[in-house]
Write a new protein. Structure first.
Length: 341
């Protein structure tokens, strides 16, 4: 009887403990000029990052030329570190696919394949193994977007390369209308969850309630292999007369904490501007919602995801690689988040 009890306990622990994933930590690089900054290169080395996701360009529709055009392509002032492979990322504005026809879809795929090939060479790399397409597709654009992905897969320059896509929370939950992209794997984007333009005290970067709503009952059964992207960024969301006025890149945390410039509303992330601030294009009375991510946020999110993701080998990508942002987290902070998976 005792042997049977021990066996039952052993079986319980064997099957009751979820298998851990094999995680490869790395970063997105989302700036327009790549330099080998010491702190950024050191971060890649510390976490033994095998690759770096580099935004190559945005692609948008230009009404003047009536065609799709590259926007703000990356420049490589320095080559990527020799031990790090490049995973090029191309962001496509969804409206491209609302009217595009089959001929232009094929042409778009060709232009992107050729452009990416040239940029990879500029980064100091002779080749790459994965191309990621970043697009927040909708029910209306789905079929043309998926056709575009199929055209990419057939392109001679992308032969034997993995095509991956980014995946938003709503596309996980609403799989019937969003469809499943015809690719091998996707990057689950665990940020920009809330309504950025809505006035209020909420943090639109990361919202646990939204994750529960969109992922809890759906994530485990999603059919594609999933990598994960977590946020480490911060921003100042500007409201004027309670209406969204944009994101100010000229406001940092030091300025927000300057009591001569801003007054914090009690127990909130809202700050009232006390005077005109022409250098940032702001006026007295504007309200700044200062949104940032803490280590506790990342730990809570990674713990949540680990409960519902299938245990498998995956990349864990922090958005994004930036010297100033790295200062907000210690190496131990990152390691604790990584260990949660």
């Amino acid at each position: 009887m005792r042997k049977i009890s021990i066996l039952v306990i052993f079986v319980f622990f064997l099957f009751g403990c979820k298998q851990k994933s094999v995680v490869h930590p790395t970063f997105y690089f989302w700036k327009t000029d790549y330099h080998n900054h010491k702190a950024e290169t050191a971060a890649l080395s510390k976490f033994k990052s095998k690759s770096l996701y580099v935004r190559i360009m945005d692609v948008d529709f230009n009404p003047d030329f009536q065609q799709d055009v590259p926007v703000s392509p990356v420049k490589f002032s320095d080559p990527l570190p020799p031990q790090v492979d490049i995973i090029p990322v191309v962001f496509l504005v969804n409206r491209i696919f609302n009217e595009i026809d089959s001929n232009r879809i094929k042409l778009l795929a060709d232009h992107i394949a050729v452009f990416v090939e040239a940029k990879v060479k500029q980064s100091g790399k002779s080749s790459y193994s994965e191309l990621q397409i970043d697009c927040d597709w909708t029910k209306k654009s789905r079929d043309r977007y998926f056709e575009f992905l199929n055209q990419l897969k057939k392109h001679p320059l992308l032969k034997d390369k993995t095509i991956s896509v980014t995946l938003r929370l709503h596309q996980v939950k609403n799989i019937a209308t969003s469809g499943i992209p015809p690719v091998e794997k996707a990057m689950l984007m665990c940020y920009n969850m809330g309504n950025l333009r809505k006035y209020g005290n909420q943090n639109s970067i990361l919202d646990q309630h939204e994750m529960d709503l969109y992922l809890k009952d759906y994530l485990e059964n999603y059919p594609l292999k999933l990598d994960v992207a977590l946020p480490t960024f911060e921003w100042a969301v500007v409201f004027r007369n309670k209406k969204y006025a944009g994101i100010s890149k000229r406001i940092n945390k030091g300025q927000i904490q300057d009591k001569k410039l801003f007054k914090q509303r009690e127990n909130s992330i809202l700050y009232d501007l006390l005077m005109d601030y022409p250098a940032a294009g702001l006026k007295c009375g504007d309200v700044i919602r200062w949104e940032e991510i803490t280590t506790e946020d990342l730990l809570a999110t990674s713990s949540f995801l680990s409960r519902y993701l299938k245990p498998e080998e995956r990349n864990l990508v922090f958005y994004h690689l930036d010297t100033d942002l790295l200062k907000h987290f210690t190496d131990e902070d990152f390691r604790k988040v990584i260990a949660n998976f």
